[in-house]
Design a protein around this ligand. Structure first.
Ligand SMILES: Nc1ncnc2c1ncn2[C@@H]1O[C@H](COP(=O)(O)OP(=O)(O)OP(=O)(O)O)[C@@H](O)[C@H]1O
Ligand SMILES: [Mg+2]
Length: 283
């Protein structure tokens, strides 16, 4: 599979901090994957998102320069706008992302920035709003929407410019379980429709379980990169860095400690229930 994002030897410090936040960081993301980036608070996840679209720029070491490549293109002054067209970010708090006075204006903003004419722009805005089920709110003020509706509009603004990569930086953390599920299903649908690559930054371990691949950030480096079930096999390491395990993995482990024979494959609710039923039938 193609690598759509490649980062090599990236070291980054904020101007007022002495220790680097990211320390010789290298990783890649597969095209069309749903990749989750996890790490404790302050580990540098949002910093990585900002570096990927050039909102932050790391210093180049002349001897050992870092490289950020997106969709085969080097991130530099010359390519930055082309790269920003390819990557859309949805942040945690949609209130900080609204620029338009109506939902329609807001979704149009990214297209206006690209210099697209009004007659070409309006159908694109309508299309994006209908994908997220918000057409009827076209003339509403963004401030008057609910949290989930705001996130939908923020996503429509990103979809309108048709990026290849969507980064969700804790984009569902303010939503209730139903709203969260709705937004994630929506992104999943759009991902398939447009062959998007999704990078989701999250603390929600149930969301992590659904990823194709998980990146674990600690101490400025990616310390693990693998499928969720392999990541959750490293319970001690995840606990050490304050991440813990999803409920089903915890429950399975507690049962094992009580002497029940629960296999490592029992990593979903259905599989665990089935194994528990089989155990009770054997008795
Ligand atoms: N503008 C800034 N200036 C100085 N330091 C910053 C700035 N933004 C973030 N930091 C510091 O950089 C580190 C990484 O921050 P970042 O926001 O990338 O973490 P994060 O992994 O996204 O955390 P969270 O899970 O809380 O969102 C933190 O120690 C933070 O205090
Ligand atoms: Mg963050």
């Amino acid at each position: 599979m193609n690598k759509i994002i490649e980062i090599k030897n990236l070291t980054f410090s904020y101007p007022n901090t002495s220790n680097p936040i990211l320390n010789n960081l290298s990783f890649s993301v597969k095209e069309n994957s749903w990749t989750t980036l996890i790490g404790h608070n302050g580990s540098g996840k949002s910093t990585i998102a900002r570096l990927l679209i050039g909102l932050l720029v790391a210093e180049k070491d002349k001897k050992d320069p870092y490289a950020i490549k997106i969709d085969g293109m080097e991130l530099n002054d010359e390519n930055i706008w082309k790269i920003r067209d390819k990557v859309g970010i949805v942040f945690q708090n949609p209130d900080n992302q609204f620029v338009g006075s109506t939902v329609e204006d807001d979704v149009a903003f990214g297209l206006e920035n690209k210099g697209i004419s009004r007659e070409k722009m309006l159908p694109l805005v309508d299309e994006a709003l209908s994908q997220v089920g918000m057409e009827e709110f076209k003339n509403s003020e963004p401030a008057q929407l609910s949290g989930g509706q705001k996130q939908r509009v923020a996503i429509a603004g990103i979809l309108a410019v048709k990026p290849k990569i969507i980064i969700l930086d804790e984009a569902t953390s303010m939503l209730d379980p139903e709203g969260k599920k709705c937004i994630l299903n929506l992104i999943k649908k759009i991902k398939q429709q447009y062959n998007l690559t999704v990078i989701s930054i999250t603390h929600d371990l149930e969301e992590v379980e659904k990823a194709d691949e998980v990146l674990v950030l600690d101490n400025g480096k990616i310390i693990l990169q693998d499928k969720p079930e392999v990541i959750f096999d490293n319970a001690n390491l995840l606990n050490e860095i304050g991440l813990g395990l999803p409920f089903i993995y915890q429950l399975a482990e507690m049962l094992r400690q009580k002497g029940f024979l629960i296999s490592k494959q029992a990593n979903t609710q259905e599989k665990l229930v089935k194994e528990i039923c089989q155990l009770s039938l054997k008795k």
